[in-house]
Design a binder for this molecule. Structure first.
Ligand code: IPM
Ligand code: MN
Length: 355
């Protein structure tokens, strides 16, 4: 079958890691008889520099007409250090989430046995951790209106707004995932303070009734932040609103000690976006040292979710595991004898072809 993939490499190390992901996709295509059509689009700082717009209309159309979007990273220090910049790369990302209806960000966090010593936590605590963090991505305080400043400039405000429908669809997605796992969902909120959180609890409780086999529990976000460090093994599927999810998913991502390794999928109404969870790492751009595994594992999620090609996805994941076992990895995982970004990409592509 032919699949259309929109490729948005973005900024910093984006282009280098995406190149490795493409090698892996081509290898899986060759090995399993699929063909892929890659079309590149601009997003982020590079899009601002070229067109003035962090998410040009053309890129959006490209995404809407594709079976999946492969995304690198966005962000550039020249914008981070300039608070008065009128247009920022991040606006491209937020606009893309809104326009493509990317309502849920799905981030699996699990440990790789051979990397367990890299975790900042004790081995006994991270051993066997396997969490699926689901973050609502198009609502809440990120998008709520009104937002702005008072006329005298001395007061600023953001609004956290959720509709029942927005909560329902993401909680339902969490329950669907949980049905394929251990049938346990933790809803994280701040229902002791926030009205939106009370709507979340009420709505999630009603959805849970549709899934009689699922055990749902509720946890305040401050407690969840603590328990993620103290006893991460207690969690399975976590679902939460946009900003809590932003914070907790970063926290969860370091449990395994290898940020460069974690993939994500943003599930959308029109198409879905697959991207590593790390940023654009501008200090490493062009040096061929960045870890491509998070992007390659995002490709595995793409095969699973967007193309429904489970065997191919498993083959990609096991090739990644083998590269780690063989210690054929970039400098973040092996200081003494590091391989380059492109060497790791080639190793994995070759492994898939030969497997
Ligand atoms: C993320 C990022 C974004 C967010 C920023 C870059 C707008 O931190 O994808 O988690 O806050 O959602
Ligand atoms: Mn974030």
């Amino acid at each position: 079958m032919d699949f259309k993939i929109a490729v948005l490499s973005g900024d910093g190390i984006g282009p280098e890691i995406i190149e490795q992901a493409k090698k892996v996709i081509r290898a899986a295509g060759k090995r399993y008889n699929h063909s892929f059509i890659f079309t590149h689009g601009l997003v982020g700082a590079i899009a601002i520099d070229t067109t003035g717009n962090p998410l040009p209309e053309e890129t959006l159309d490209l995404c809407k007409n594709s079976d999946a979007v492969l995304f690198g990273a966005i962000g550039d220090p020249k914008y981070d250090n300039n608070p008065s910049a009128k247009v920022r790369p991040e606006q491209g990302l937020l606009a893309m989430r809104k326009e493509l209806g990317l309502y849920a960000n799905v981030r699996p966090v699990s440990t790789f046995q051979s990397l367990i010593d890299k975790s900042p936590l004790k081995k006994e605590i991270v051993q066997g951790v396997d969490i699926l963090m689901i973050r609502e991505l198009t609502g809440g305080i990120y998008f709520g209106k009104p937002q702005g400043r008072s006329e005298d400039g001395n007061t600023a405000y953001d609004s956290c707004v959720y509709s029942k429908y927005e909560v329902e669809r993401v909680v339902r997605l969490a329950c669907e995932y949980a049905m394929k796992r251990s049938k346990k969902v933790t809803v994280v909120d701040k229902a002791n303070v926030l009205a939106t959180s009370r709507l979340w609890r009420e709505t999630a409780t009603a959805i849970a009734k549709e899934y009689s086999e699922i055990t749902m529990d509720f946890m305040f976000v401050d407690n969840a932040a603590m328990q993620l460090i103290q006893w991460p093994g207690r969690f399975d599927v976590i679902v939460t609103e946009n900003m809590f999810g932003d914070i907790l998913s970063d926290e969860a991502s370091v449990l395994t000690g290898s940020l460069g390794l974690l993939p994500s999928a943003s599930v959308g109404l029109f198409t879905s976006v697959f991207e590593p969870i790390h940023g654009s790492y501008p200090q490493a751009a062009g040096k061929n040292i960045a870890n491509p595994l998070g992007t390659i594992l995002s490709v595995a999620m793409m095969f699973d979710l967007a193309f429904k090609l489970k065997n191919e996805a498993d083959a990609i994941r096991s090739a990644v595991e083998k590269s780690i076992e063989a210690d054929f990895v970039t400098e973040d995982l092996n200081r003494a004898n590091p391989r380059s970004t492109s060497q790791v990409g080639e190793w994995i592509a070759d492994y898939i072809l030969k497997s």
